[in-house]
Write a protein of this length. Sequence first.
Length: 263
Amino acid sequence: MPGPKGRADGVYLSETDLLHFSEHGWVVAVGVVPLPLCERLRGEMDETFSHVTPWQSDNGLQGLSEPHLRSAAFLDLFRVPGLVAACQQLVGHRPRLRHCIALRTTIHPHTALHPDRLADPSTWDWHRDFAPDSIIRHPGTPGTHLTSQAVVVAAYLTTSGAELGATAFLDGTHLRPGTYAELAPTAIVVQPSVSAGSILFFSEALMHAATPVTAARTRDVVLTWMTAPWFGGEAPAPFDIDRCNEPELKSIFAAPHFGDAGP
């Protein structure tokens, strides 16, 4: 799949990328985050987890909500050239940051005992935050593309495949209403393999699941929810953001506004 072009005019995702997102509800942009930044952010996670207890689950997940409030290093993700522009292409409006999590996933504690059960998609936690008709907007004029007013941006700091907990999707269900039980019989399950430094964008109308890590390695990813301006945010602005002179960076932390007018 073609990666991002990063042209000078700010267009980040290619025509092929946008068509793939329209049809499948997700798209991978390869090699977006510089590997040195990936290593730096993993180090920030190590440092933070050493003195701040992350929230944890019983299936190997450790998470830190709003990591940019603890370390300014995480703001560098939003400075990656074209990242905000890509979100604007997919959201259809100047995006706002709604929520962010630095997530570390280790091997599932039941891997040795129940490998068949962990590999069974029906046991995964399938969900979506919005129904398709709530956030999906179909193109209204020739040459435009489908948009989703809530998009997840998963920046992978480590390589991830099926054994390393790659996010699973019921492909194309961002266009189909219904529950997992209703959709599963006719939908294809996909788990895109993602290299370190790549970003997986997907619509919050797409039925998806966080899948277990069954290999003896760790998956690190920063998940960011980017939405249309009227969704608002779930956290206060990070330190010094009110004095930041970077318009593109500052805009994603701006106060929400309502209606279709405005950026």
